[in-house]
Design a protein around this ligand. Structure first.
Ligand SMILES: [Zn+2]
Length: 92
């Protein structure tokens, strides 16, 4: 057998082609836990005092902060609600 012919026969067979859809599909679905489906983004809070709480109606998700009986929300600035104690307001 001539050398060329022999080397051709010894050549490894071509790798079986993997179908395209199988190549692209990962074995398991990777879930990016850093970007969950729901993201709470605090936006423009709209605080309103309601009893012992201040409740925000501005966000998609309503949230509230406990104030307690001796604190009152007197206004809002760019940092958030302005809370004063009844003592500070001279109410006690
Ligand atoms: Zn809010």
């Amino acid at each position: 057998m001539p050398y060329e012919e022999l080397s051709e026969k010894l050549e490894t067979p071509p790798k079986q082609e993997i179908p395209k859809e199988q190549q692209d599909k990962p074995l398991f679905e990777e879930k990016d836990i850093k970007s969950p489906d729901f993201k709470f983004v605090p936006g423009n809070h709209l605080w309103k005092q309601q009893g012992y709480y201040i409740v925000c109606y501005g966000c998609e998700l309503e949230h509230a902060v406990w104030l307690g009986p001796d604190k009152l929300m007197v206004g809002v600035n760019d940092k958030g609600p302005i809370i004063k104690t009844r003592k500070e307001l001279g109410m006690v």
